[in-house]
Design a protein around this ligand. Structure first.
Ligand code: KG4
Ligand code: ZN
Length: 333
């Protein structure tokens, strides 16, 4: 089945065509740059950028896939969670296409989309397994019992992992988005330079909390002279990153052992983090667990993952109606 995916939940305008749920024919992502100078996403600007770019992005996606709309057999679109104004633009396009072409529509939960990025690339990944969905808006530890069958074991109680990266990068004058900047800068620093707090919360809790860590870094940096901050920027970045990575790896592996899964997968923008990838691989090896993560372009927001999730639901007979609405806080389960 040839599925067109559309994703506009935050600051990426994306469209992609996927065949049979596992062959990416195109995956066009326009990352909005208007937000950079504000150090974070400005919702109204995001909506306007989506309106301006969604049709060219769609045309590119069809062009690169070398298909016309007439060949598309189903439309998958993110309905939430995300920014309401941004979601509505993707939804409006998807509904118009579904109605005018007379093909089925399916609304996809954005978090489930991230989970499907691994199914898309790794045919040998089979449930049950543990998935850490870690992005700018979410930090979820999900037990994937099967495709479409999830149990939420833990989630963030305050800042998402990526949000902490973005905010700490701002404190350290590393620009926006902060994740890639901290990832790169940390390579020149010492992860053991300063031991920032790791919030493990209650014993056996799989929830996350990163706002205390973020505040600790901000206080630490504010007490340094300009000169000292410049000298130790990479050390502070690496020490912060280490604290985030330690908690994610610890909870992810512990959840695998508790639920006796053989594999752990990473998904979402933070899954691009190189320290996280190498550390989780090292720790997983000790427990004979397999580790999966998507290639970088499929970690951050994209429409191929939405199309892949759409193929699964459509071929299982599920459909959305044309009254499908945006749900800004849509839960995964
Ligand atoms: O999944 P995503 O594109 O959007 C949301 O659904 O939120 O994730 C974006 C987040 C941003 O917070 C960004 O800083 C973070 O992912 N990110 C990273 C890296 N690349 C992107 N965080 C850590 N290390 C990276 N290399
Ligand atoms: Zn995302």
């Amino acid at each position: 089945m040839l599925i067109l995916g559309i994703e506009t939940s935050c600051d990426e305008t994306a469209a992609g065509v996927v065949a049979d749920g596992n062959r990416i024919l195109s995956n066009v992502v326009y990352s909005q740059m208007v937000h950079n100078k504000y150090g974070g996403v400005v919702p109204e600007l995001a909506s306007r950028e989506h309106i301006r770019t969604i049709i060219p992005v769609l045309e590119q996606a069809l062009h690169r896939a070398a298909v016309t709309l007439a060949k598309i057999e189903g439309i998958a679109v993110t309905y939430g969670p995300g920014l309401v104004g941004s979601l509505l633009i993707g939804l409006s396009l998807a509904k118009s296409l579904s109605y005018s072409l007379g093909i089925p529509l399916i609304g996809i939960n954005h978090i489930e989309g991230h989970i499907f990025a691994n199914f898309l690339e790794h045919p040998d990944l089979s449930p049950p397994y543990m998935c850490l969905v870690i992005s700018g808006g979410h930090s979820n530890l999900v037990y994937v019992a099967g495709k479409g069958d999830y149990q939420l074991l833990g989630r963030t109680r305050d800042d998402a992992a990526g949000e902490a990266f973005d905010k700490v990068a701002k404190v350290l004058d590393l620009g926006y988005p902060g994740g890639p900047a901290i990832d790169e800068t940390s390579k020149k620093g010492r992860p053991d330079f300063f031991k920032f707090p790791r919030a493990y919360l209650e014993e056996n809790s799989f929830d996350f909390s990163f706002s205390g860590l973020k505040t600790a870094v901000a206080i630490y940096a504010s007490r340094l002279s300009r000169e000292k901050l410049d000298k130790h920027r990479a050390d502070i970045a690496a020490s912060f990153q280490e604290a985030v990575v330690d908690v994610l790896v610890d909870k992810g592996i512990r959840a695998c052992l508790q639920r006796k899964t053989q594999a752990i997968a990473l998904a979402g923008g933070v899954a691009r983090n190189q320290r996280l990838r190498s550390k989780i691989q090292r720790e997983a090896e000790k427990h004979k667990l397999r580790v999966f993560f998507p290639s970088p372009v499929l970690c951050t927001d994209n429409a191929a993952m939405i199309a892949a999730a759409g193929e699964f639901h459509l071929s299982s007979g599920r459909r959305s109606n044309l009254d499908l609405n945006a749900v800004p806080y849509a839960p995964l389960v």
